[in-house]
Design a protein around this ligand. Structure first.
Ligand SMILES: NC(=O)c1ccc[n+]([C@@H]2O[C@H](COP(=O)([O-])OP(=O)(O)OC[C@H]3O[C@@H](n4cnc5c(N)ncnc54)[C@H](OP(=O)(O)O)[C@@H]3O)[C@@H](O)[C@H]2O)c1
Length: 327
């Protein structure tokens, strides 16, 4: 099979096409003939040494759509040829991908393979951030970084649908602010123009926001604490800024009774696949029944995955990027 892998850490140029052995499913596993693979920011982080890559060479890719190729012992409810979307633990940039059956989802009627490839990572993550970990209540205010990106565009729509009182986003450019406004945001701040925490406080008459979703970490996470209202919650779900892992103590959190939580879809998939499955099924329904959309703004053939990485890494991408594998 064809796959895209990297043999050393580095920029997008380390991604190269190779011929590789197709994986076979073990007990409880499924292989998928991949139609499309979604591109996630985590795929870019994987090229940095010290991220969660177990060994080199490494085939990135956390989500695919396609047809079930084979099922391992003990797998029920999935049959070869069936259309599915799958969350994988890597290896999605390939003609054949391997996934645990618990994270393989039969496509609901009306969902095409192209749209399905955009869902497995972003949708459950955004749903968990807003509803499960963030516990957004009707009338509350929410602020999210990367509002024009994959997770950000879905969070805006879910927060709006949940009856949020104010939905605020942070982005790195005016063009991204314009894009994000179409996805449920009342206001989108460009952080380089003025400090986002100050802008958020101003927009809430000095009160601050009830819920802040932070995928950046480091000094941005610390600045975010100042944007929180009394009893405000901050959920950390990434380290896009690449700074050292954040640490907070009782004294910082006791101020205004703040709380900080965290979420990782890959960790949940490993530690509680049943919870991940319930979360994903609910989240997918927001697309099939609730009208949530995540437009594909750029699509590349698998062999040109490096171009997709360069686009996202250059901070000009919006919405969702896809790789076309065998569509
Ligand atoms: N914890 C989880 O389970 C989980 C699951 C999925 C995604 N995530 C995280 O959620 C975020 C969005 O993921 P995505 O795949 O949907 O990507 P994306 O938002 O489509 O694209 C990457 C985003 O990261 C921001 N960014 C890029 N470089 C940055 C930097 N150096 N500092 C701060 N922000 C930077 C960009 O926003 P601006 O240019 O507007 O700042 C852009 O929106 C990522 O941080 C990802 O790791 C976490």
């Amino acid at each position: 099979m064809r796959a895209v892998e990297f043999k050393e850490y580095g920029g997008p140029e380390v991604l190269g096409s190779v011929e590789a052995e197709a994986p076979e499913p073990g007990p409880g596993q499924v292989t998928v003939d991949v139609a499309y693979a979604g591109v996630n920011f985590a795929d870019l982080k994987a090229r940095e040494e010290g991220y969660r890559v177990p060994a080199l060479p490494y085939v990135p890719g956390l989500e695919v759509s396609g047809l079930v190729r084979a099922v391992g012992a003990g797998v029920t409810g999935l049959t070869p040829g069936q259309q599915v979307a799958a969350l994988t633990a890597g290896g999605g940039y390939a003609e054949v991908a391997l996934a645990e059956a618990a994270t393989v989802f039969a496509l609901p009627p009306g969902l095409d393979l192209r749209t399905a490839a955009t869902l497995p990572t972003v949708l459950p993550t955004a749903y968990a951030l807003v509803h499960r970990v963030g516990r957004l209540q009707k009338g509350e205010s929410i602020l999210v970084h990367g509002a024009a990106g994959g997770v950000g565009t879905v969070v805006g729509q879910l927060a709006r649908a949940a009856g949020a009182g104010a939905v605020q986003g942070v982005v790195s450019s005016a063009a991204k602010a314009e894009y994000a406004r179409g996805f449920g945001y009342d206001e989108v701040f460009v952080d380089s123009e003025s400090d986002f925490a100050e802008q958020a406080r101003r927009a809430t008459d000095g009160r601050g926001v009830d819920l802040l979703l932070d995928p950046v970490g480091g000094s941005t996470l610390r600045r975010g604490l100042d944007a929180l209202a009394v009893y405000g919650r901050l959920v950390s779900y990434g380290n896009a800024g690449g700074e050292l892992p954040w640490q907070l103590g009782q004294s910082e959190l006791a101020t205004h009774g703040r709380s900080v939580a965290a979420f990782s879809i890959l960790t949940l998939a490993r530690t509680d696949p049943g919870a991940l499955r319930e979360l994903a099924e609910r989240a997918f329904r927001t697309v099939t029944e609730g009208g949530v959309r995540l437009p594909v703004t750029a699509e590349f053939p698998l062999a040109r995955a490096a171009e997709a990485h360069a686009l996202m890494g250059g901070r000009t991408s919006t919405g969702k990027l896809l790789l076309r594998v065998a569509a």
